[in-house]
Design a protein around this ligand. Sequence first.
Ligand code: SIN
Ligand code: MN
Length: 266
Amino acid sequence: MEPHDTLSPAQVDEYRKNGFLVQEHVFDEEEIELLRAEAAQEFASGGERVTVEQNTGIVRGVHGCHLYSEVFGRLVRSPRLLPIARQLLRDDVYVHQFKINAKRAFKGEVWEWHQDYTFWHHEDGMPAPRALSAAIFLDEVTEFNGPLTFVPGGHGSGMIDADVKGEGWANTLTASLKYSLDVETMRGLIERNGMVAPKGPRGSVLWFDANIPHSSVPNISPFDRGLVLITYNSVENKTDVTRGTRPEWLAARDFTPLTALQATSF
Ligand code: SIN
Ligand code: MN
């Protein structure tokens, strides 16, 4: 494993310019096997934290695992993640949201174009886009298994007006997203900046900005595309719990700054 405690100045510049950054070989095979086994248990746990694909009823994702699983509770405090989240957000951080998206072979459905901050602002009362996500690859991500796709530099447009579908928070989790970006908006952004779908081996980490427009196509390959997505928020950017509508497993209520693990397990 290469040292990954903080990013180099060139990596920070790349992240600020593009709104995302990939690091390969952050977690080794043994660690990924442990995370995959724990993810399988979470998928099988049933209950309100598990969401399913609309067309087939197979598992789409599970939220809030860091609150229930000791392994994922340790992962969010990893010395390979936490110092980088702090470095990029220039502050102490806590976990606002945690999810594992399954994107199963043949069955994993679309994620429409959106910005995460729109959800965190409207649904959870997050005051500013001082948050980011780390996506940990539980499988190799290829052009065929529904990679996350970004408009490089698109975070520079700030929060863009979105099409709003439906009431309540249930469709903040489904393929038909509550806040999605329309075709004219996306055409303008993509004509200017293009699209990039970062690929990489399992164990990679993909960092991305709260305001970067992103999507992912259905998984037409015979291989799953599992991702653990951890959203860190600056402790100065606490959500307004009086405005928040979503349960704690979807939007944190505990703003205690995280401390890095001392042990080497994650
Ligand atoms: C997300 O937009 O938060 C996740 C999309 C995906 O898993 O492809
Ligand atoms: Mn998203």
